[in-house]
Write a protein of this length. Structure first.
Length: 227
């Protein structure tokens, strides 16, 4: 960063930083902007993010993880905790770049009686000691429910959440004033089709993401049956 850029007001710096991070996400193919997109809900939007693609470029993920680590560098961290494959890749990069050299552990997401749950493998449990300082890492925060579950898990062990680092958070999501650092804080504007300004301007509607959702099936292979 140039000396001139450092002198800009903090708000401007945040805006520039967000633009850079959005550009990085765009290059992974995860972030789509300046489009007119049909969402599965039937609403229209000009922006879209494909969660699965967010952490596919190791050098980008490492760079973004280092920015999060730098933000929390002044606090000692014993452990970085996350859940979900994308968040785990990012949490490794954050832990690697943090001066405390924290360990990385991860919970498993699941459903129990229709309710979301996060559970911690037995082998990790002895690593969370009472009073341990824990940094939570998430890739995209859309409702905050995963972070609430992770926080509750940490509290069960008498440990402390020192902060939450994420790539993207929706600005409208309420995180109970917890210390969150997000590389991008942004809501997608969504519109009912009859009130959509892009429709009014006659911009062609991109139905690719909804079509892909209906048509796609994960690829899979399996071992041959025993003869
Ligand atoms: Zn529209």
């Amino acid at each position: 960063m140039s000396a001139a850029a450092r002198k800009e007001p903090a708000a401007m710096e945040t805006e520039v930083r967000e633009k850079i991070h959005l550009e990085i996400l765009k290059r992974t193919g995860a972030y789509h902007a300046n489009d007119h997109i049909l969402l599965p809900s039937g609403q229209h939007t000009s922006e879209y993010i494909e969660k699965t693609l967010v952490t596919t470029e190791p050098s980008f993920t490492e760079g973004l993880g280092a920015v999060i680590a730098k933000h929390f560098a002044q606090w000692p961290v014993d452990m970085v905790l996350s859940t979900g494959p994308g968040a785990l890749i990012l949490s490794h990069c954050v832990a690697r770049a943090h001066p405390s050299r924290p360990v990385v552990v991860y919970g498993a997401k699941g459903l129990s009686g229709g309710k979301r749950r996060v559970s911690l493998p037995v082998e990790f449990q002895r690593l969370i000691r009472p009073g341990a300082k824990i940094l939570l890492v998430e890739d995209l925060v859309s409702t905050g429910s995963t972070l609430t579950l992770l926080s509750n898990l940490v509290e069960q062990f008498g440990a402390l959440v020192v902060g939450i680092g994420c790539l993207w958070r929706r600005t409208s999501v309420d995180l109970d004033n917890r210390p969150v650092f997000s590389l991008v804080s942004r809501d997608f504007p969504t519109y009912d089709p009859d009130k959509c300004p892009l429709c009014k301007r006659g911009v062609p509607l991109n139905e690719e993401f909804v079509r892909r959702r209906h048509a796609r099936r994960p690829s899979s292979v399996q071992e041959p049956k025993e003869a």
